[in-house]
Design a protein around this ligand. Structure first.
Ligand code: CFM
Length: 535
C-alpha cells in the first residue's frame, strides 16, 4: 500500500482500517485495480451518501414533471426533496399532448405519530383524492419513506386502488430509505417500476428518420436542454429523456426510439439493459460533458446509424459549435493548465468531468464516487464477479422477455463487429479507472475524515464535490466547486457548457479569498476526542 494512503488510513482502528483499505486504491498499484464498492458504510463515519428514497424519489422520478409524486411519510422527508436538486423543467405541449409541471409543489401524507400507530393507508388514499381534485394529473407516484416499510402500509394495493378509482396511472414505489446501502438502491427500484408500468405503454411514433432516448440525464442546471438542442441540430429526434425535464407523457413512448444513449450509467443502466432485452434497443455510453467527449458521442451516433448524410450534418454542427468556443477554450487552457483537481461526486460525474478537466490541462489526482458499484470503476466486465451480499439481495432484480410486438433486431452481427472495430462499444461501459493516470488515488464512499486528510496531503488546486463537504475545504483555504448543483451556475454540458465551466473554475482560482482564510481550529483546538473508540 502506498505511503500516502497508509498515512490517512493508519489513524483508524484495526477493524475500520481493514474495511476502508479496500475502498482506497492507487491507480496502477495492482493489475488489475479493484475497488470495493456498494457495501455498507461504517456507522458513524460521516459518509456523504444519501438514502434509497432519495435515489428513487429525488433522483430518478423527481424530474418527471407531469406526475404528482406523493411522499408517503413524515413531512421532513418531503422537505428534503423539495427544490433541493436543480433538475429544471417547465410545462409544455408536444403533438397536442400537454405535460403539466408539478416540480414546484410538495406532496406528502405528512404522517403523524397516530398514523404510525394505526397505519397510514387511509391518509394515503385521502392524499390521492385531494391530488386528483386539485390537479387532476395523468399520473400519480407514491414513494415510501422508512416508517412506511416498518409499519407495513400496502402502498402497492393503494396504488391499484388509485388507478381503478381515477382511471389514471398510479404506481407505488417501495423505496424506503433504509433499503440497500445508499441512493443506488432507489435508482434500481425506480428503474424496475418504469419498465414494468410505463415504458411501452404509449403509441407516439417518432417523426424523424433517427430517434433516440437520452438516458441518465437529469437536466441539472439545464444540461439536458443543451444536449437536446445539440441532437436536434443534427436532425436526431429525442423521444424521451430519462428523466431530466421529461414527462410520463414522453417516457411511455421510449420503446419506439431507435437507440438509447446513456449519460449516467449508475442511475439508469437497469432500464438500458432491460430495454435491450425487451425491445432490442442498443445502448451506447456517451458523455456530453467536454467538447472532445461531445464530438466523440455525436460521431458514435452517426456511425451507429451508418448514414453519410447524418454524419455530414454532425460534422457541420461540431464545426459550428467549436467555432463559437474554440478561442475561449484556448484562453482558458492557457490559464488553467498544470492545475490539479480532486473530484468526489455520486456515481458518474467524477468520471465525466475528468475528460473536461483534461481539456484544460488540469489533471485529476483524487477521484471517487459516493455510491457507485464496481462496474462504474472497473468496467461492466466485472459484473459477473460481483458477489451479492445481504443488502444487494434485498433489492429486487427483474428480468424481462422480448416483447412480441415491439422487439426488433437492430443490427446484423457484421454491423456490430464493424462498430467494435471503430471503437464503438455497444451496451458496454468501461468505467472510470481506465481513464485515470497512474498514481492517482481512487476513494470509494469517501468520508469526512478522509476528505480532510487527502486534501491536506495532496493539496489539489480545486476540490469538486457537494454542499456537504465544500465548506470544509473552503474553510481550509481551498477552492471548492459543487459538481452536483454547479453552485447555481451551468449548464456545463455541450460545447458552450464546457467554456462556461472553464470560466467558472478560472474565476474561482483567480479569487485569492480562500488563501486568506485560517480556520478557527487551526489557531486553537475546538474539540478533543478519540477516533473509532480507541485512543
Ligand atoms: Fe447519476 Fe446524477 Fe451522478 Fe446520480 Fe446524484 Fe446528481 Fe450526482 Mo448529485 S444521477 S450518479 S444520484 S449523474 S443527484 S444528476 S449530481 S450524486 S454524480
Amino acid at each position: 500500500m502506498s505511503a500516502m494512503k497508509d498515512e490517512v488510513l493508519e489513524k483508524y482502528n484495526a477493524r475500520v482500517y481493514k474495511n476502508r483499505k479496500e475502498h482506497v486504491v492507487t491507480v496502477g498499484e495492482n493489475n488489475p485495480d479493484t475497488v470495493k464498492a456498494n457495501t455498507r458504510a461504517i456507522p458513524g463515519i460521516i459518509t456523504q451518501r444519501g438514502c434509497c428514497f432519495a435515489g428513487c424519489k429525488g433522483v430518478v422520478l423527481g424530474p418527471l414533471k407531469d406526475a404528482v409524486i406523493i411522499v408517503h411519510g413524515p413531512i421532513g422527508c418531503a422537505f428534503y426533496t423539495w427544490g433541493t436538486r436543480r433538475h429544471k423543467a417547465y410545462a409544455d405541449e408536444r403533438d397536442g399532448e400537454k405535460a403539466e409541471c408539478y416540480l414546484e409543489y410538495c406532496f406528502s401524507t405528512d404522517m403523524q405519530e397516530s398514523d404510525i400507530v394505526f397505519g397510514g393507508e387511509k391518509k394515503l388514499k385521502q392524499a390521492i383524492t385531494e391530488a386528483m381534485e386539485l390537479f387532476n394529473p395523468i399520473a400519480i407516484f407514491i414513494c415510501s419513506t422508512c416508517p412506511i416499510g416498518l409499519i407495513g402500509d400496502d402502498v402497492q394495493a393503494i396504488a391499484k386502488w388509485g388507478e381503478e378509482e381515477y382511471q389514471i396511472k398510479c404506481i407505488g414505489f417501495s423505496c424506503e430509505g433504509y433499503k440497500g446501502v445508499s441512493q443506488s438502491a432507489g435508482h434500481h427500484i425506480a428503474n424496475n417500476q418504469l419498465i414494468r408500468y410505463i415504458i411501452g405503454t404509449g403509441d407516439r411514433e417518432p417523426k424523424e428518420k433517427y430517434s433516440i432516448n437520452l438516458l441518465g440525464e437529469y437536466n441539472i442546471g439545464g444540461d439536458g436542454w443543451e444536449v437536446e438542442k445539440l441532437l436536434k441540430r443534427c436532425g436526431i429526434e429525442v423521444v424521451s429523456i430519462f428523466t431530466g425535464a421529461s414527462s410520463y407523457r414522453d417516457i411511455k413512448n421510449s420503446h419506439l426510439a431507435d437507440l438509447n444513449l446513456v449519460q449516467c450509467h449508475r442511475s439508469i443502466n437497469y432500464v438500458a439493459d432491460m430495454m435491450k432485452d425487451k425491445y432490442g434497443i442498443d445502448w451506447i455510453k456517451i458523455n456530453f460533458v467536454g467538447t472532445e467527449a461531445c464530438k466523440e458521442s455525436l460521431r458514435a451516433i452517426g456511425e451507429y446509424f451508418e448514414d453519410d448524410e447524418l454524419k455530414a450534418r454532425i460534422e457541420a454542427v461540431i464545426l459550428d459549435e467549436m467555432s463559437n468556443v474554440a478561442e475561449e477554450l484556448v484562453y482558458l487552457k492557457n490559464k488553467l493548465k498544470g492545475k490539479t483537481a480532486a473530484l468526489y461526486v455520486g456515481g458518474s460525474r467524477s468520471h465525466h468531468y475528468q475528460n473536461l478537466l483534461s481539456e484544460f490541462g488540469i489533471s485529476t489526482i483524487l477521484a471517487g464516487y459516493e455510491f457507485a458499484h464496481r462496474d462504474d470503476y472497473e468496467g461492466r466486465e466485472v459484473i459477473p464477479d460481483i458477489k451479492p451480499d445481504a443488502d444487494s439481495k434485498n433489492i429486487e432484480s427483474i428480468t424481462v422477455e422480448p416483447d412480441p410486438k415491439f422487439y426488433k433486431v437492430r443490427l446484423t452481427e457484421e454491423q456490430r463487429t464493424a462498430l467494435l472495430e471503430k471503437g464503438i462499444l455497444l451496451n458496454e461501459y468501461h468505467g472510470m479507472i481506465r481513464d485515470m493516470e497512474e498514481g492517482a488515488v481512487i476513494c470509494d464512499d469517501l468520508n469526512h475524515f478522509e476528505t480532510e486528510e487527502f486534501l491536506r496531503i495532496l493539496k489539489p488546486d480545486i476540490f469538486f464535490s457537494g454542499i456537504k463537504d465544500k465548506f470544509v475545504a473552503q474553510k481550509n483555504g481551498m477552492l471548492s466547486r459543487q459538481l452536483h448543483s454547479y453552485d447555481y451556475s451551468g449548464p456545463y454540458a455541450g460545447f458552450g457548457g464546457a467554456a462556461r465551466f472553464g470560466k467558472d473554475v478560472l474565476m474561482g482560482l483567480s479569487t485569492p479569498a480562500w488563501s486568506y482564510i485560517r480556520a478557527p481550529w487551526r489557531n486553537v483546538p475546538c474539540l478533543e476526542g478519540t477516533l473509532g473508540g480507541e485512543k
